[in-house]
Write a new protein. Structure first.
Length: 264
């Protein structure tokens, strides 16, 4: 090849496809376990959130061909034979993410790109943790214990303005800065990640209302048995325990005029 042809070849711009593959701005992380029925639609919407997007599917314990669906649609697939749980899947996906913004989705229900783009924009505008405004059902006599736990944690964090907005709720997005400060491993316990974010001064905002309550797949369980609820309550207790250790026995809440020393 002549020197002239080499020079022309070097001047050719890098294709957008190649650039997007190596320099994603947004990483969409989707844990998957036997959700091939909805996965394709979820992935297609994920690729639409930003022109420079990578989709990471953490396939764990699937037996329904979810891995093949994800690979066929161009997602980067991280595969495990055992079930890890969605929160652990999100944590693993975050460790592998290359984007400046991380968006977390679930594979069992479809959220349109139109609904999640405001989360991306919030992070672009300086928010570190952009939450779904969804609060759960609160206008009733007996509020679900998980909803109460979310409200309680935000109150303890001094963020009652967030109401029930939570990193337990999907979708939400975080900045690369937030990932570095929180630590990808702590995303495996979402309330703990939220407590770390708040305690370390990251900007947290309930950025977009996405109604997910009716979209979540209803899983059959025995009467009076709620293992997922038990897990989430335990997660919130772990977050409160971490906060007390990181601050003081009152989680930095004011003791006001109480002079305890007089009782000694």
């Amino acid at each position: 090849m002549s020197n002239q042809r080499i020079q022309r070849k070097r001047k050719q711009p890098i294709s957008c496809v190649t650039l997007h593959q190596h320099q994603p701005k947004v990483s969409v992380i989707i844990p998957v376990c036997n959700e091939a029925r909805t996965l394709a639609k979820v992935i297609r919407e994920a690729f639409r959130v930003h022109p420079q997007t990578e989709v990471i599917v953490v396939e764990n314990g699937s037996t329904d061909g979810s891995k093949r669906v994800a690979a066929r649609l161009g997602a980067r697939v991280i595969s495990f034979s055992q079930r890890l749980g969605h929160d652990v899947g999100r944590s693993i996906g975050a460790m592998q993410a290359k984007g400046d913004i991380l968006l977390f989705l679930d594979a069992d229900f479809v959220v349109s790109a139109k609904e999640t783009i405001p989360l991306i924009r919030a992070v672009q505008q300086g928010v570190d943790v952009a939450l779904n405004k969804y609060n759960g059902i609160v206008r009733k006599a007996n509020v679900h214990r998980v909803v109460l736990a979310k409200h309680a944690l935000n109150a303890i964090l001094g963020r009652s303005d967030l109401q029930g907005a939570s990193m337990t709720t999907i979708p939400h997005a975080i900045s690369r800065k937030a990932l570095n400060i929180i630590g990808a491993e702590n995303l495996a316990v979402p309330p703990l990640a939220q407590a770390i974010a708040a305690q370390r001064g990251l900007q947290i905002k309930a950025a977009q209302l996405i109604q997910v309550g009716l979209r979540n797949r209803i899983r059959r369980r025995a009467k009076d048995v709620d293992p997922v609820g038990d897990l989430i309550i335990g997660d919130h207790l772990e977050a409160i325990g971490w906060l007390i250790q990181a601050s003081n026995e009152r989680a930095s809440m004011d003791d006001q005029l109480r002079v305890r020393e007089m009782m000694r």
